[in-house]
Design a protein around this ligand. Structure first.
Ligand code: NIG
Ligand code: FE
Length: 419
């Protein structure tokens, strides 16, 4: 047999599934298939073989990586980030410590408008240079596929600039990147909301579609931002140009975002800090993935989404980072797993399914990402030796990842991680 890369002595290969055609919901989320004491073969960008070490075939011409008793996972799929941004906002963090709420900071010109002002003043090249290290950072913490939103541009030119930078990150790193147009993140200062919505519908969406810069469309459906009706109008317009909706819903209030998302057939509704039984019932039997962003709930001291109740009532659940400068300044997915287990009472198995298969489903990547099987993308990570699966979320804040392989290439450090 030939292969390019052979990984041996893997204590446990996690999330082994030959074929998976749909997301995991309810009790299915507790099932995490594994293979003990295994090897993995990689040819080109893809996984070409796996099995127990006892059945290791004769391989010619392969570079061998010894996992030395570490565990092997499929890369995380982070389905919600805003990692293209100009600058951090720790001054607002200090305001929050002193008691200001997210909404108060936004109404004083902080928040999204603060980020927009900085992006508008920055060249595309500089924005790329500032954002690229964040892509390398998430690669180092195990992410292999990521969604990146616009939404800090708020003008035609600057929304295009953000999306071009996001696409370039997908070209210049080994991450798979999906992009989302989030022009409806907030209304720019000194602009009337109706005029701004008209600009989204008549200028931004057509220009973005023409240059094929966005795979999805998003709206911040929230009191003081965009209403459910406005959300539907914008989402439907995006759909007409081939951008499927994925929405910010129910973060700060029970604002009707889930209802709007289900009505427009959103592939996901994200945040969900403020949902009740009505929203849970409504999501049942739909194609819409409820997605929790535990880093944002933690950072803003919001209630966490009722994950236990949702899963126990049969719903699927996704987990993503929300990496952004205002409400979640990290894209560290292992930390999201710890928060999911500690604060949302998810089991380690459920948290891993939520951040691999269920998020891959929302990005249309189920065939290639989120699980280990022949023909899937060889984007995986190997841990340091661990006594059990639960050790990963248990060790919150510790880095347990010893080696990252993306698209069949061993990542040595951020410089080597270009195509
Ligand atoms: O997902 N809630 C809206 N958007 C982001 C935060 C944006 C910001 O504060 O910069 C979020 O939390
Ligand atoms: Fe967000």
């Amino acid at each position: 047999m030939t292969a390019d890369l052979l990984i041996i002595n893997i204590k446990c290969i996690v999330q082994v599934r030959e074929s998976i055609s749909h997301f995991l919901a309810g009790k299915e989320m507790a099932e995490l298939p594994t293979l003990d004491d295994g090897y993995l073969l990689i040819t080109g960008e893809r996984i070409s073989g796996l099995g127990p070490m006892s059945a290791l075939p004769q391989i010619s011409s392969a570079v061998t990586v010894d996992a030395a008793g570490g565990w092997l996972f499929p890369s995380f799929v982070d389905s919600h980030t805003h990692l293209v941004y100009a600058a951090s906002r720790e001054e607002e963090f200090v305001m929050k410590i002193a008691g200001a709420t997210y909404e108060e900071i936004a109404s004083r010109g902080g928040g999204i408008l603060n980020s927009a002002k900085k992006i508008q003043a920055m060249s595309e090249e500089e924005l790329f240079e500032r954002s690229l290290p964040r892509a390398h950072e998430i690669i180092g913490s195990g992410t292999g596929a990521v969604e990146i939103k616009s939404g800090y541009g708020l003008t035609v030119k600057d929304e295009l600039k953000m999306l071009k930078v996001a696409r370039r990150i997908g070209k210049e790193t080994l991450l798979t990147v999906k992009t989302t147009f989030l022009g409806a993140h907030t209304v720019p200062r000194e602009t009337n909301k109706d005029d701004y919505i008209r600009s989204i519908l008549n200028e931004m969406i057509p220009a973005i579609a023409e240059q094929k810069l966005a795979d999805y469309i998003d709206v911040f459906c929230e009191q003081g931002f965009f209403s459910p009706d406005e959300t539907e109008i914008i989402a439907e317009a995006g759909k007409r140009y081939g951008m499927r909706p994925r929405l910010h819903a129910n973060q700060l209030h029970r604002s009707g975002g889930v209802q709007a998302g289900v009505r427009v057939g959103a592939i996901s509704v994200d945040h969900l800090e403020n949902i009740g039984d009505e929203e849970i019932q409504l999501l049942k039997g739909t194609e819409t993935m409820p997605t929790a962003l535990p880093g944002a709930a933690f950072f803003l001291n919001l209630p966490f989404p009722p994950a236990r109740k949702m899963i126990d009532s049969g719903l699927p659940l996704g987990i993503a980072s929300d990496f952004n400068p205002g409400s979640a300044p990290t894209g560290n997915m292992p930390l999201m797993l710890s928060l999911a287990c500690i604060k949302m009472k998810m089991t380690p198995q459920e948290a891993i399914n939520a951040s691999t298969i269920n998020t891959a489903y929302t990005l249309g990547l189920l065939d290639t990402y989120g699980s280990i099987g022949i023909g899937k993308m060889a984007s995986v990570f190997i841990t340091k030796p661990m006594p059990s699966l639960a050790f990963m979320p248990y060790s919150f804040g510790s880095s347990l990842i010893s080696k990252v392989i993306l698209k069949g290439r061993v990542i040595q450090g951020s410089r080597d991680n270009k195509r």
